[in-house]
Design a protein around this ligand. Structure first.
Ligand SMILES: Cc1cc2nc3c(=O)[nH]c(=O)nc-3n(C[C@H](O)[C@H](O)[C@H](O)COP(=O)(O)OP(=O)(O)OC[C@H]3O[C@@H](n4cnc5c(N)ncnc54)[C@H](O)[C@@H]3O)c2cc1C
Length: 454
């Protein structure tokens, strides 16, 4: 327990990794977390992607609890270990929650008859924390880690990592004081690379630089759908975060509703590479209630060459005047929970969108048309924010025991930077990555050499 551990990214994965270490007696003074965002006391609501707890910090806080949801975990650990790791993440969120009894679980067991002719429904438990409590959790969690001696460097972006020498460079931003950046090169014995979606270009750059072997990924693109909640209430009563899905195996396309937010549900704007895309979150406090529902309608498209570049190009073309798009047959865009306009340009016709997305747009249109049949009051009372996108990082080849790169065993890729797509899986990967460093009984000691092959 004397290695200097550097965690790049104070998101869900990085924070759970640090917590696992200090909970098991690892000296906090040997752990440094570097993040290009701000600490939870200074992070602003519009800073959706960066800062303490990362994209999870202003998310909806839906903690999904199933190995088929939220990205890859069980392929590294097996089912049982995966569930146990996710349990640890959920326990952490409850532990730092000011009112843990308010974390509700939705756990549907049966697909309702009324959706069956048109959609399948994924059945899995989900705990809902809520965006407003997340920032309270973040403060309590941060204070705990600081009290254990963990060192945080805020507003610093890691720009280079030399995997051979174990050194890295950081760059300051407008918020960094000179003092913070006096020493802009650092060293590590073990590096946890936990940069999430906001660091995906950096992950790509390193993958190319070090020729990391990886697995081809799919494109994940679609829209954020929004409508008054009443239209979907009969399904929400069964499943808070309902996942409607359909598959077109022959065409390499599947669709699912994704990350449903209800009651006090707001559309969130994400900025990646200078382009806007959309997501959603929901608050718990009844004062924010707007009786709206929003969810992604996401297509998974397989077989596209260079899916990352393809997605970036499509997202870039779906912008107007530096804003994403909003289309509705009858509505105007909603407001954020702070009462601000959602940054989206309203379009009257979908021709331009169809031109950019080609035949893939038809899948989305059909999905909406069929929802109108399943939820008959919906009619034209809906709108879509275009696009919603999940950039999937190339998934480098790692040892399943601690998610270390096969060629650089002191560098661990975790969270959305590896193969996760949600909070519980990202956190669980963070915990898995450091379990061997504490050498406790729950370290999953599948010795190096047991490489996952695809
Ligand atoms: C609006 C919104 C709502 C969501 N809702 C849900 C939900 O309800 N349930 C769910 O399961 N998932 C949800 N997600 C997804 C979830 O938040 C992510 O899957 C999860 O946060 C990924 O964790 P991570 O630690 O890998 O990355 P992140 O949490 O994104 O953290 C990465 C951190 O790395 C930092 N970083 C990046 N690059 C660098 C660099 N070069 N140098 C220094 N720091 C860097 C960033 O500042 C960031 O803080 C949501 C996401 C968004 C944006």
């Amino acid at each position: 327990m004397n290695k200097k551990i550097v965690i790049v990214g104070a998101g869900v994965a990085g924070v759970n990794a640090a917590t696992k270490l200090v909970d098991n007696g690892y000296p906090g003074e040997l752990i440094t977390i570097i993040d290009m965002g701000k600490d939870p006391y200074n992070r602003l609501p519009e800073e959706v992607m960066t800062g303490f707890l990362g994209a999870g910090g202003w998310s909806d806080g839906k903690l999904t609890y199933h190995t088929a949801i939220g990205g890859q975990l069980s392929k590294y650990t097996g089912e049982e270990k995966a569930m146990e790791l996710m349990d640890q993440v959920i326990t952490n969120f409850k532990r730092f929650h000011p009112k843990p009894e308010e974390v509700q679980c939705s756990d549907p067991h049966e697909e309702p008859e009324f959706i069956k002719p048109y959609f399948g429904l994924r059945l899995f438990p989900v705990w809902h924390v809520g965006t407003d409590y997340l920032s309270e959790i973040a403060k309590n969690w941060y204070d705990y880690l600081v009290s254990k001696g963990v060192k945080f460097s805020w507003n610093l972006k890691v720009t280079k990592i030399d995997f051979n020498l174990g050194i890295f460079d950081v760059e300051s931003n407008e918020y960094t004081t000179q003092q913070d950046c006096d020493n802009c090169t650092g060293v590590y014995d073990e590096l946890i690379f936990a940069v999430g979606k906001s660091g995906i270009d950096f992950a790509q750059q390193l993958a190319q630089q070090y020729k990391l072997p990886d697995e081809p990924k799919s494109v994940q693109i679609g829209v954020r759908f929004e409508a008054p909640q009443e239209h979907f209430q009969k399904l929400i009563d069964i499943s808070y975060d309902f996942k409607l899905y359909r598959k077109f195996d022959d065409e390499g396309v599947s669709l699912r509703s994704f990350c449903t937010n209800n009651n006090a549900a707001y559309v969130a704007v994400e900025e990646t590479y200078g382009d806007l895309s959309y997501n959603g979150h929901a608050k718990k406090d009844p004062k924010y209630r707007n009786n709206m529902t929003n969810f992604g309608i996401l297509m998974e498209i397989n077989g596209i060459n260079n899916p990352f570049e393809w997605s970036r190009n499509v997202v870039n073309k779906l912008q107007f005047g530096g804003r994403g798009l909003y289309y509705s047959p009858s509505r105007t865009p909603s407001k954020t929970s702070e009462g601000e306009e959602i940054n989206a340009f309203q379009i009257e016709f979908l021709d331009g969108v169809k031109e950019v997305m080609g035949e893939y747009w038809n899948y989305i249109e059909d999905f909406i048309e069929d929802m109108k049949k399943v939820f008959p009051t919906l009619k034209d009372d809906w709108g879509v924010y275009i696009p919603e996108v999940k950039y999937l990082s190339p998934e480098p080849l790692v040892y399943p025991s601690d998610l270390a790169l096969v060629d650089y065993p002191d560098v661990h890729f975790v969270g959305d930077a590896l193969s996760a797509r949600g909070i519980t899986v990202s956190g669980a990967q963070g915990i898995l990555a450091v379990s061997k460093l504490i050498k406790k009984e729950d370290a999953w000691d599948n010795i190096h050499g047991d490489i996952v092959h695809w």
